[in-house]
Design a protein around this ligand. Sequence first.
Ligand SMILES: [Fe+2]
Length: 342
Amino acid sequence: MIKLLSHLAHIEITSPDVEASAKFYEEQVGLRVFAREGGKVYLRCWGDYYNYSLVIAPGEQPALGAMAWRTSSPEALEEAAKRIAAEGIEVQWSDDRLSLGRSFRFVGPYGHTMELFWDVEKFHGTGDQASIYPDRPERRSRHAVAPRQLDHVTVAASDVRGMADWYSRVLGFRIMAYTVLEEAPVTVFTVVTTNEKSHDLGIVLDGSKTPGRINHYAFWVDTREDLLQAADVLMENGTNIEYGPSIHGIGEQNFLYFRDPSTMRIEVNTGGYRNYVPDWEPNVWKPSQGPNNFYRNSSMPMSMTESFPPADLPSATEEGIHPDTREALLGNMNPYSEHGRG
Ligand SMILES: [Fe+2]
């Protein structure tokens, strides 16, 4: 199979108050508005090579609108469309997306809308926005968190391995690692990638009956010092840190998590390994090995298991869900903590 996808390019989220969210991303995160169009606000990080990496669309609840990858070539776009259609999934082409050429969207087997494109406008800052360095699309921002670029998205699915297998088989994502509970053969997390990063797509187990949910998405900063300063600036300006700063075992990225005004979760990360191995075999991590917390010395807050839009988890008596999965999702044991029961 030819290499189909190159990298995560932008993400569209919904918010019940688009302007409140946009204001937060501008003032607290340090993104800049590129455009307002059709009720949506398009924002960019200073280091984004294309015009925008975050789109905020109106919606009743915080949710995933779409996650968009750039393909590796025009031919790869056509091939991806063919492969998705061959799975019996409808491919909806469009030629009117802001800053994009021909693109298409489809809803994957676990309910997540994905957008693929090849043609895209590159960003070149001018005037006050121009960098003195030729490779930079814009001069470095030091405002607020000031992330350099979008990094990854983590979604929720009812079958973690099923989703990873589909995106691997159909679109060529490499599966990098799994987290499996100690107590039962339940896969609660995986990371998959289209490039050398440990992941540009994460998948967490979702016990709800709502398909297509998102757990968080992440921006990149260059150094650990930048990340620690981001945590400091957020705290000083009234934004609590939900989890971190710390280091993930899987991927070895430094991380911190916080929420936007719609309650959507954002991660800032940096560091981590690069993996170029084309026939990598995913390793299985147990929670006691610290997949989520490298130092194995603190539990992830249960609030981190909340995905978007908010959904009811299965009741204690509901059929059709593995009892250990249900226990994990109901919070009787924290599937991500190093202690198992968090
Ligand atoms: Fe993440």
